[in-house]
Ligand binder design. Structure first.
Ligand code: C5P
Ligand code: C5P
Length: 462
């Protein structure tokens, strides 16, 4: 509660700084959290009558700083900036021309840049879009409709994964959306991805958290399972049904049958159910109907370097921008599937505390983090995974993406610390979170780097 009060007070003072600006430049990230963050701020600024321009970068680093204009506008860094304040300082940006809204581990610098950071208040399950929403709400109460976008950002950044629900201030945002009328909370829903768009048997077979023996990774078995429990896969017009279309009774039948299947195999049912967030103002069967699928669509836009299209969708465009986003989503799904197959077929190199794979130039740097996260759930989850790749536009650099899980974080694993320290040893830079982090390192140092990271990890969890 004390934390919450200071978050609210800081949101107020950051909102006042923004409202006092003549013109603003918003600098944000290209993933779902970054895009929703930018869309929340853009709309709040428009409504306040403040001229604003937005810039998306895949990461704030010396080379991307050149995209940040050298003009007199107030620069709002959101979903980035906290860990790269040295770059703002090196640019000579004065503290009264900068605001940082973030949830990444902050860096100590001399200039006291005004900052609101979820981590400062002890909130590890609140993303940048969540913090940005609190600022927007302070700017004007009418911004409560934007709670929906903050929920997409939070879910996109996996804030609901550990607890199978959003918690703390991120859950407060859900309540704002429910009150506003564009969010419906479905309690005890299936904790599966694709409940609004995937045929039910595909949705079941893709589930690996929890892993359901005899169903996960086996679409044919999932189809037989549905037949056995009497759930029709097609609707009266012959179209494949999606989970969201099941009646309450069918939903319960399916949930009970899946629970029995888990118990029969001696597995826990703990992660079978989750609280899910549906958007009642979006079309049925659209990827925008629920927070998780909405986030994937935005990730597709960002990772294929069209974050502004994602932002237009967030701001209500259901015409050309939406069609472009749908196209990118299809492409994104194909590449992610190919990358997963590649990682699993090629296999990883195992060190004592790390598993890693270099994908060279087969996959772009913007998607390897997603591949790392997905591959981890199919490999040995106890060993953090690192995927390395080349950068198309920077031949001297290599990108590293790392992922672990909540259990390992509780045992002391901190990928942010491991990568920041290891990359610095080679003249690179890294950062992020305990559970997900990334770095840029010089080319041809990859195997040395893996050894250095392995040593850093071995000190964290013997
Ligand atoms: O830059 P950013 O923090 O938004 O990076 C988000 C990435 O980190 C996403 O790919 C997300 O899957 C991952 N992440 C995670 N768990 C968290 C926070 C971030 O897996 N608690
Ligand atoms: O790119 P990827 O999804 O692997 O990034 C994971 C997390 O690490 C993100 O939060 C990102 O902002 C952070 N990161 C960073 N510095 C880098 C690369 C990634 O702080 N050089």
């Amino acid at each position: 509660m004390i934390y919450q009060m200071s978050l609210a007070a800081d949101a107020r003072s950051i909102a006042d700084r923004i409202l006092a600006a003549d013109a603003v430049t918003v600098i944000s990230h290209i993933d779902a959290d970054g895009i929703t963050s930018e869309a929340i701020l853009s709309q709040a600024l428009q409504r306040a009558g403040i001229p604003a321009q937005s810039i998306f970068v895949r990461q704030l680093e010396p080379l991307t700083m050149k995209h940040v204009p050298e003009n007199d506008t107030l620069k709002i860094f959101i979903d980035l900036g906290a860990g790269q304040q040295n770059l703002l300082e090196e640019r000579g940006m004065p503290e009264d021309k900068v605001v940082i809204i973030d949830h990444h581990v902050a860096q100590d610098v001399k200039t006291p840049y005004p900052q609101i950071n979820a981590i400062t208040y002890g909130y590890e399950k609140l993303s940048a879009a969540g913090v940005g929403y609190f600022v927007a709400r302070e700017m004007d109460e009418c911004n409560r409709d934007l709670a929906k976008l903050a929920v997409v950002g939070n879910v996109g950044d996996m804030m609901a994964r550990e607890n199978c629900a959003l918690i703390g201030p991120a859950r407060e945002i859900v309540d704002d959306g429910v009150q506003f009328g564009n969010i419906e909370v479905v309690d005890h829903n299936l904790n599966f991805y694709g409940i609004s768009t995937r045929p039910i048997h595909t949705c079941l077979s893709f589930c690996d958290d929890p892993y359901i023996p005899g169903i996960s990774n086996d679409a044919t078995a999932a189809r037989v399972f549905l037949e056995r429990i009497g759930i029709a896969m097609r609707n009266s017009s012959g179209k494949m049904r999606v989970f969201e279309e099941l009646s309450e009774e069918e939903r319960q039948t399916l949930i009970n049958a899946l629970a029995e299947q888990l118990i029969a195999h001696g597995r826990s049912t703990e992660r079978l159910l989750a609280e899910t967030y549906l958007f009642t103002d979006e079309e049925l069967r659209s990827p925008l109907r629920n927070a998780a699928e909405y986030a994937t669509m935005l990730n597709a836009c960002g990772r294929w370097t069209k974050p502004a299209i994602g932002s237009s969708v967030c701001q209500g465009d259901r015409g050309q921008a939406y069609r472009d986003a749908e196209h990118m989503l299809r492409h994104h799904r194909t590449i992610i599937r190919e990358m997963m197959e590649y990682i699993l077929d090629t296999g990883v190199t195992e060190l004592s505390h790390l598993q890693y794979l270099h994908v060279g130039d087969k996959f772009p740097d913007t998607v390897v983090g997603i591949g790392a996260g997905m591959a981890l759930s199919k490999l040995n989850w106890k060993k953090p995974i690192m995927i390395l790749c080349y950068l198309a536009d920077e031949p001297d650099l290599v990108k590293a993406s790392m992922r672990t899980n909540d259990t390992m974080v509780r045992q002391g694993v901190d990928l942010q610390a491991a990568l920041a320290e290891s990359a610095a040893k080679l003249g690179g830079a890294g950062g992020g979170h305990k559970i997900a982090a990334g770095a840029y390192i010089p080319r041809n140092s990859e195997d040395d780097f893996a050894e250095i990271v392995n040593t850093a990890l071995s000190r964290q969890s013997p």
